[in-house]
Ligand binder design. Structure first.
Ligand code: NDP
Length: 328
């Protein structure tokens, strides 16, 4: 039987998610990679236990995380029964729908038909009565925002999710979605965009909207899938994501320009006596508009390593300036 670390809430930092009543850990764990059929079940169990033992209360899923699609939710559901049911009220669980999930016209994008069917499937796979937040995973240019947000509102009102969220929306789309959800009386808890030292697009207007609208911002891929650990500076290690499961992280993302930046950033981390991924996580979290950084991990030691940032000194103005120069 799993007995969580009794000191799990001692060191973690929790930030308020926008203007809501909810606080989230500054590091959350995503189940996109390493929770499908190609990862040993025991590793998955240890990843979740290690995260929770460190105070990471937020686990992020989506309908199509795997492989195959649905498998991460199914594995989570088994673990829910084995480990997590006694701790359900200490967990903040999310899932999403918006990308391709099943064949035919109703298993993709943003219709009410897709979202409502998908949340019902997700709850069954995850073996829970509700999730804490249900996201529309990406904007749908063809479905009216009123229909998609209406579906999120319905899902919250029917108790299948406690909060609604959106992901991968641009600034104008975020603004329209927030406005519509507000009108419906189900405020948008959080946006979930990509953000890292190698991808700063959210600084071009999106964070301004979220700050103004008091909406949370839970950023994904703060380590650029592992590129901001420095592990790819001398080739592709055999046990890395790019070697083991490169469905999304392709060797051609290791351009000369990216490697040059990563090398220069690593020099700053070295001078601070820390690893590059510590610097990358601290940098993403430097502005309180960011509620949480959603990390992935292939082994529990990485989670233990990453939470070390909680006791590291903040970045100085001079360090931030040099990082801006490198990333310019
Ligand atoms: P990261 O950028 O955090 O990359 C995680 C990977 O980096 C790990 O799997 C591991 O890869 C490596 N790593 C992490 N910590 C360390 C460490 N301390 N030392 C060495 N290597 C380390 O994020 P992910 O790409 O995993 O994405 C995180 C989550 O974001 C997803 O699980 C998902 O929940 C969410 N997400 C949401 C999306 C959306 O559209 N809304 C899209 C993508 C992600 P390795 O295998 O090399 O060890």
């Amino acid at each position: 039987m799993y007995i969580p670390n009794e000191n799990r809430y001692r060191d973690m930092v929790y930030r308020r998610c926008g203007g809501s009543g909810v606080k989230l850990p500054v590091l959350s764990l995503g189940l996109w990679h390493n929770f499908g059929a190609i990862t040993p079940y025991g590793t998955q169990r240890d990843l979740l236990r290690t995260a929770f033992d460190c105070g990471i209360t937020h686990f992020d899923l989506a309908n199509n995380y795997g492989p195959p699609y649905g498998e991460a939710e199914r594995n989570f559901g088994r673990l829910m029964d084995e480990d997590w049911r006694p701790h359900r009220d200490e967990l903040f669980l999310s899932t999403k729908a918006g990308y391709d999930m099943w064949d035919g016209p109703y298993g993709n994008w943003g219709s009410r038909k897709y979202l409502v069917s998908s949340i019902d499937q997700s709850l069954k796979r995850m073996r829970v009565d509700y999730v804490d937040v249900f996201y529309h995973h990406r904007p749908d240019p063809e479905t009216p925002v009123e229909e998609t947000m209406g579906a999120l509102d319905y899902i919250v009102r029917s108790g299948k999710a406690l909060y609604a969220g959106i992901s991968n929306y641009g600034p104008a789309e975020v603004e329209a979605a927030i406005k519509e959800l507000k009108r419906l009386g189900t405020p948008c808890l959080s946006d979930q965009p990509r953000y890292s030292m190698l991808g700063r697009h959210i600084e071009n207007g999106l964070t301004d909207v979220l700050r103004r609208e008091k909406t949370g911002c839970i950023v994904f891929q703060p380590l650029a899938g592992g590129m901001l650990t420095g592990k790819y500076l001398n080739g592709i290690p055999a046990d890395s994501r790019m070697a083991v499961d490169n469905r999304f992280l392709k060797p051609d993302s290791l351009t000369e320009d990216t490697l040059r930046r990563v090398r220069a950033l690593k020099e700053i981390a070295d001078a601070r006596g820390q690893k590059l991924h510590h610097l990358a996580l601290q940098w993403v979290l430097r502005d309180e508009v960011i509620t949480s950084a959603l990390i992935g991990a292939s082994r529990p030691e990485q989670i233990l390593d990453n939470v070390q940032i909680l006791s590291m000194p903040p970045l100085s103005g001079e360090e931030l300036r040099r990082i801006d120069e490198i990333l310019a």
